[in-house]
Write a protein that binds this ligand. Structure first.
Ligand code: BDR
Ligand code: CA
Length: 311
């Protein structure tokens, strides 16, 4: 058996997902055993194709599994205005040569959880639909997962898609609810941690100038979203999924974390999809979320820079 930690990534690429995947591909201590693909930032056809293309550009032969095309219950919102209509900046890249595997993402999650029982690092960078489906098929899944790291939520209610909710949870609140009910301990990198760990646009531009196929491809697909972000959000670029991946790959870079009970709001006119954290532990529930508050910024930036220069 490989000494490397098996890493399964559920993702909806997405420009910041792509950066996170490059970080994972570049990590020698982890072996990416599969990419399970969610609908989210854009439709499933695009997110699957983007994952396959990124693997191809990176020279990485990881199996890609298509998952659910829509949230469990409600119609999907879209983030094409952030990531481009195809999710990868509409650069018109040639189609990937490889296809997705025949196996459904939810089934692949279960199979890989058995194959790597007790060692699997599961990282969720998109809506939690596939993991919720896997849980419905087999509620014993959490017993076999060593760590679950999730990008999602806004732990004091400063959302990014509605005033209160973050995109991944808002896209499929029921799925997020099921996952947070089922796993005893989820390491969370939320939108507010993302905002606290912005990447200065000038530094990102310098990293993207690296002489590598990965940097060149990433510079192209991220251009639109970086311009949009600069316009809307100022000097720093916020790569949510990259921060979650830093936490997953290098947990010792976390300088401050807080364990608290977290529930996902399913109803409500203003707060559907919000992550409600019981900061004062008034409800008597167990802490199910280990919330990232502060990560070593230099460590984070080092991981991003190395991922872009690699290959
Ligand atoms: C999350 O939503 C998506 O737009 C990003 O890929 C990230 O996973 C940030 O709220
Ligand atoms: Ca994502």
């Amino acid at each position: 058996m490989s000494e490397r930690i098996p890493l399964l990534i559920d993702t909806d690429p997405g420009v910041d997902d792509a950066l996170a995947l490059l970080m994972a591909f570049n990590d020698e201590a982890h072996e990416v055993v599969g990419l399970t693909i969610a609908a989210g930032n854009v439709g499933l056809g695009h997110t699957v194709r983007n994952a396959l293309k990124l693997c191809e550009v990176s020279g990485v032969d990881v199996p890609v599994f298509a998952g659910a095309p829509a949230p469990l219950l409600h119609p999907a919102p879209d983030a094409g205005y952030v990531h481009g209509q195809d999710g990868f900046g509409d650069v018109g890249y040639p189609p990937p040569a490889r296809q997705a595997e025949a196996e459904h993402a939810a089934l692949a999650i279960l199979r890989l959880s058995h194959a790597h029982a007790g060692r699997l690092l599961l990282v969720a960078l998109g809506p939690l639909t596939n993991i919720a489906l896997a849980l419905k098929l087999d509620p014993t899944l959490p017993q076999r997962v060593a760590r679950l790291v999730v990008m999602g939520g806004a732990v004091t209610g400063h959302g990014n898609i509605t005033p209160a909710a973050e995109f991944n949870f808002y896209f499929d609140p029921e799925a997020a609810h099921l996952v947070f009910e089922a796993f005893e301990r989820i390491e969370l990198a939320d939108w507010e941690a993302t905002i606290a760990h912005g990447l200065h646009h000038d530094r990102v531009a310098a990293w993207l100038a690296a002489d590598s196929p990965r940097a060149r491809f990433y510079a192209g697909i991220s251009e639109k979203t970086r311009l949009w972000s600069h316009d809307r959000r100022g000097d720093h670029w916020y790569a949510a999924d990259a921060l979650a991946m830093a936490l997953a790959l290098a947990p010792d870079g976390a300088l401050e974390q807080a364990g608290r009970p977290l529930e996902v709001e399913l109803a409500g006119r203003h707060a559907r999809g919000a992550s409600v954290v019981d900061w004062r532990r008034e409800g008597g529930r167990a802490d199910n979320a280990l919330i990232l508050l502060r990560y070593d910024q230099a460590r984070f930036e080092g991981l991003v820079q190395a991922a872009l220069a690699a290959g």
